[in-house]
Every structure is written in structure tokens, then in C-alpha cells.
Design a protein around this ligand. Sequence first.
Ligand code: GTP
Ligand code: SPV
Ligand code: MN
Length: 609
Amino acid sequence: MTSATIPGLDPDSAPTSHTELLAWVREIAELTQPDRVEWSDGSDAEWDRLTTELVAAGTLTKLNEDKAPNSFLANSDPADVARVESRTYICSKREVDAGPTNNWVDPTEMRATMTDLYRGSMRGRTMYVIPFCMGPLGSDDPKLGVEITDSAYVVLSMRVMTRVGPEVVAALGEDRFFVKALHSLGAPLESGQDDVPWPCNPDKYITHFPEDREIWSFGSGYGGNALLGKKCYSLRIASAMAHDEGWLAEHMLILKLISPEEKAYYIAAAFPSACGKTNLAMIQPTIPGWRAETLGDDIAWMRFGDDGRLYAVNPEFGFFGVAPGTNYSSNPNAMKTMEAGNTIYTNVARTDDNNVWWEGLEGDPQHLIDWRGNDWTPDSDTPAAHPNSRYCTPMSQCPIMAPEWDDPKGVPISAILFGGRRKTTVPLVTEARSWQHGVFMGATVGSEQTAAAEGTVGTIRRDPMAMLPFLGYNVGDYLNHWIDLGKNADESKLPKVFYVNWFRRGADKRFLWPGFGENSRVLKWIVERIEGKTGGIDTPVGIVATPESLDLEGLDVSEADVAEALAVNTDEWLNEIPSIEEWFDFVGEKLPTGIKDEFDSLKQRLNAD
Ligand code: GTP
Ligand code: SPV
Ligand code: MN
């Protein structure tokens, strides 16, 4: 088909006269050769039409309208269930700018390789053009993007996860800058060929060109690989922008904690994938008088305000949360958000009454259709839902959204938490002695791997600020950026930094700390530290809470367990040193001096202990 005959490609069919955008859409259509081009407007009519088409195609199952209104279940190809870090590339012009933690290929070579893959890759499909905005549209400098994709599932999910619609097209104007985000499933259909429910390609590339602020994704339909506004734009590309422009793009939740005195504290927290951000973001405090509201569960963009404080905005519009383990007791607010409807579930199991189920959800189903489409009973050997199964649901439906969640000004952050999954060594909560010490803590976060990406679940890896898979540039430059932000700021206005670990276990392998809503006790300690109202013990690793300084009223946990959760065991920390050493060697010569100083001081304190 020649470009002149691709329906929808003529400029009259486009809702915009943005010259560069129209030229790019033409270039990609000519390269990928779709059957037609459609502009996504994010409307209800579009949602209804695309969900109907995807139900007919077998990609989506319509769920029970009474129990899950306007909600759908997608079952992916079993080989396309998570982010693919081994196939994720930062193609900066110089290899050193991608740094030791990223895969790198020369951008010219990568563009050539992928151009070949994209040639004809949308044959037999519709090419959708989705103008979107990350963060509030009312911002002075709205962060715009346009995703081109041949996946209707992506169109539906982008409407939930980002701001899409005529206001975005208006904001683009005729020449406003936007991030080009190209996505193809890499599964062209020859004429007469039947489609499959979840088209994808075994050859996957999730590629970023940070200097050009461009994303090219090929072969996967899964969330983080395909919803390009999320990890690709708001973390990898945005972190490179933030480095150039003096702000931060982080893998963080944003939480508002309200004390019994009605004072609000905004807290940002970075934990690696599937390590508890969504749960903490929607916490229901168990201590009387304390309340929480949420502003975001995965990504925070932070910049200094005129008053010298650090302000955070959530660029997203929806939650793409881990389903297993989510239930009315661990996260009632997430349950209410998704049950309000308009939710797309991926890779969870389906009940006989056409609702959803996953491991950890209440109920005791005797029969299910598992995520692979097979019959499942409690005797089955495999989980009913994939461990990385997810719900994609509008943030606006969350009953505890803070009213200011959509404010372009953002919210002033009082505390930054870093954390990960550690069975041993890392205490429940430790306060950093200074900003630089806090950056050191963030830089050395280690965590047991989860099912959110390929790799062996349980293996400990260093994941600086929970950004290892999401850095758009050199990790050494990134750590320097964090140090520099602190140097240039008034330290008294900077957030205080804390290191938390909900996942420490006793000798019998059980969690020492009950977690979830009970984490509010740790948040209370943090607030009291900010206010200078409580004590802690100065240890070689920082200021650690004591059982006496934590509010443990009504907590059903033994004193011994709490003490063990808070313990700083010198031997365990001495054991940690070689692995931090190895990590810093890997970071290489760009490792900031300030971090080396903190490491030396840690070693000295441990040896003196
Ligand atoms: P991404 O969306 O992948 O970035 O992850 P996330 O950090 O938002 O993860 P999420 O909050 O969905 O947590 C995932 C897992 O951590 C679930 O299995 C939870 O049950 C578990 N989890 C969360 N908070 C706690 C806690 O306080 N204690 C324990 N033991 N487990 C927790
Ligand atoms: C993560 O893996 O950290 C996620 C899910 O939040 S995804 O959007 O797929 O990256
Ligand atoms: Mn995440």
C-alpha cells in the first residue's frame, strides 16, 4: 500500500496542524505500513469501540458488569508478562553516558536495526496516534508526548494511565515540543492470516535515545514495555531531562500523612518494583487519630520551589498495580479504586461468575480459569494469577486521593524514604545523619528481586534509589546530581532521608514486622523525628528507632520481634561491606567523592563498634 492510500493518514483526518507531529506520523505510517491510521481522543466512545473490538478478538474478556463495571481482563502471551531489562537500551551518543548499569548500542546502529524491524511491522493492523500529557495539563510547562502504537490494549491503558484527549492536542498547538514514543507489537498480519489474542514478537527492544528524547519500543505489549508514558518517558527520558534541568524524576510514591493535630506531611518513598510502594501510598494507619491520603504510587517528579523546598508531582493518571497480595485487609483503598470499575486487569484469574481473583485475595474459589486460560482448582500446582499480574485503574477513583493530587505546583516533601526487601541486616527504620548520608543510603539500597522483571526472584541486587532499571543516564552522574542538589539547597529545607525495611525475617523465616497499615507506626516516628519530638539511637548506620521511641500501643507483636526488626548487627553489616565495595567498583570513577566519604565513615564506625 502506498502512503497516499493509507486511510486516515491525510492531514484532514488529523485533529492537529502540528507540523512536526504530522510529518512524524506520516514517516512512521510509511515505514510500518498499517491498514489505517486513527487518532486517539481518549473518549468514552473510543473506549467502548476498542473494548468491543478486543473482546471480539479474544484479547479482552468482559467481566461481570454488576461486580466489575466496565472492566476487562486481558491474558497476555505467557512470554510477555513483565519488563525485559535485558532488552532495554539507553542509546546515548557516547557509551559512557549510558553508564555501566544500562545496555548500550550506538544510536545510529540501533536506529538502523530497529528501522528494519519496524518496516511493515504494522501491516494488517491499525496505527493509533495518542497525544498524551504526563503531569497536570495546567502546568506552565506541560510534559507532552505522542505514542504511536499498533496495540488497542495500549490505547485503552494509556487513557487510564496518562492524560489523553482534546486538551492535550490543544496544548501541543502547532509547534510545542513533545516526546516521540513509537511502539509496535512487531506482529504484522498477512492477508488472510488469523490474529492471536496477544500479538507480540519474541525479539524485543525497549530503546531510549535520551539526547533526542525519543523512545522506540518493539515486540512487547506488556505495561512497562509498551505504555511508553510510564517508565520509558516519566523515568528514563525524564531522568535525563531532570539531570540537564536541575530536577529529579524518581521511582517514588507520594503520600500525605495527617497527624491528630491535622498537620499534613508529604512523604516520598522509593522502593524497587513490587516492594510495597502502592501499599504504602494507600496506607490505612492503624494508630488512632492518624490519617493518610495519596498522590501517587509509582513515579514522582520533584523540583525546588521558590521557597527552597522540594515539591513533588505525580506525572501519572492511573495506577498499574501488582494484583497478588492486594486484598481488603492489606490495601482496601486499592480494592475500592478498582472495584469502582473502568479497570483493565492483566494476567489475573477469572472466577466462574466472571469476576477476577488472584493469590492473596479474599475468597476460597474452588474453580477458576487461570491466567493462561486453563482450568484451575486449589489442587493445581501453579498459581492462578501470574505473580506480576496487574490492575490498571483510574487514580481519580481512589477514595483517599488527596485533593491536591492534580495541582501543577506539587506538594512540599518533608521526608524521603528509601527501602527494599531485605531478610537480614537492614533495620526497620534508620534516619540519615545528613542529606549526603541519605544519598549514600539510597545509593546502596539492596533488594531481593521480584517477579516485576525477568531474573531470579530472591537474588539480592543493588538498586540505587530503586532506579536501577529506570536510569536514562550514567549512574555515577545520577548520584552526583543527587549530591549536588543537596549542596545547592538550604539543608534545613531539604527533606530528611530515612531507610526502611518492612521485610526483615526471624530465624524461622517469618516477617518480624507486620507491615501494611502497621507501617503507620514507623511513619509517626519519622514525623516525630522531623518535629524533633522523639529519640533514636545513634548507630554506625544512622539513627535507628528504639522500641521505646516507636508507638507500639495495641500492636500484636512480641517485644523480641520488634527489637530484632530494629537491631543493628555489626557482623551482618560487616558482611555487607564487600558487596557495597563491589557495587561501587562497578559504578566506577564517576562515583561521587561524597559517597566515598560516607562509605569510609561507615567502615570506620563499624570497626570501632
Ligand atoms: P511496582 O508497581 O512494581 O513498582 O511495585 P510497588 O512497589 O508498588 O509494589 P506493591 O506495593 O504492589 O507491593 C508488592 C508486594 O509487596 C505485594 O506482594 C505486597 O503484599 C508486598 N508488601 C507491600 N507492603 C508490605 C509490607 O509492609 N510488608 C510485607 N511483608 N509485604 C508487603
Ligand atoms: C514496575 O515494574 O516497577 C512497575 C510496573 O511499576 S511497569 O509499569 O510494568 O514497569
Ligand atoms: Mn514501578
